[in-house]
Design a protein around this ligand. Structure first.
Ligand code: GLY
Length: 264
């Protein structure tokens, strides 16, 4: 059975620029090693291809240190794509460098016009609803504008809260299948996944929560063996990808791609 939340044909990625070492970060965890990040990025793209993705690999954008994290610029659904309005001022104009690529692939491309802000790192699409986490980057106005837009396709939108100190809602969770979510304990404790089966990250391995399910594979960050074991025990096919350098600037598996099946 094909699903809209994890069965895809395409992905868009953007290679990191050397300016990525100046990417935004919530806490200082050291300067990312650019060459190592490039290697991890290549592994990531190869894993997407292994999962069956036609990957559109975009060139680096030196003026935008965080532009490797393409996910935040758009919400891609089967019916169309919606260009976001990032809440980080340095990221606002990244959207115009993604828009032409989505317009080539989709008939319907809409945009959040503001004044609200919203980043797709705060949006988790599941089979039954779209969860949107209010955060320091995504505000009520942004959520309202997107919710109105999604009414045309009959999506149920549920507003949730990104825990304080966490960059994005999906920093702490990811979709594993039709009804299963991987989550940190602190996020699950807010009650936002009460109607789902939840697999918790192992205590102390909270950075393992951000994975992606792409067709039959789960791309997960390397270095969190106890959480990976939980996923394997639950029957998921896991590919581990190094993420130490992106993690220094609050980036994870989902941030690094847009995943979708375009409709012209
Ligand atoms: N460094 C990722 C972000 O702040 O958006």
């Amino acid at each position: 059975m094909s699903t809209k939340s994890f069965n895809f044909t395409h992905a868009i990625t953007r290679r990191p620029s050397s300016s990525v070492v100046s990417g935004l970060r919530s806490t200082e965890r050291g300067v990312p090693n650019f060459e190592l990040m490039e290697g991890h990025h290549l592994d990531y793209v190869n894993a997407l291809k292994q999962a069956g993705a036609k990957v559109i690999e975009l060139d680096p954008l030196e003026d935008f240190p965080d532009s490797v994290f393409v996910e935040d610029t758009a919400l891609c659904l089967p019916e169309g794509a919606i260009l976001m309005r990032p809440g980080a001022p340095s990221r606002l104009n990244e959207v115009e460098y993604i828009a032409p690529h989505l317009r080539k692939l989709y008939k319907n491309v809409f945009e959040i016009k503001g004044p609200g802000t919203i980043e797709a790192g705060d949006i988790l699409t599941t089979e039954k609803e779209i969860l949107i986490g209010r955060s320091s980057r995504t505000n009520i106005e942004g959520i309202s504008e997107l919710t109105l837009m999604l009414e045309q396709w009959n999506y149920k939108v549920t507003e949730v809260i990104t825990p304080p100190g966490i960059l994005h809602f999906k920093t702490d969770c990811s979709l594993l299948d039709n009804n299963t979510i991987l989550s940190t304990e602190r996020l699950a404790a807010t009650g936002c996944f009460e109607s789902y089966k939840v697999i918790l990250t192992y205590p102390g391995e909270e950075d393992a929560a951000n994975t992606i399910r792409y067709n039959n594979l789960v791309l997960a960050p390397k270095g969190f063996p106890k959480t990976t074991r939980r996923l394997l025990k639950s029957g998921f096919n896991v590919v581990e990808i190094g993420n130490t350098e992106c993690a220094k600037i609050d980036g994870g598996m989902s941030c690094l791609s847009l995943r979708f099946s375009p409709k012209k």
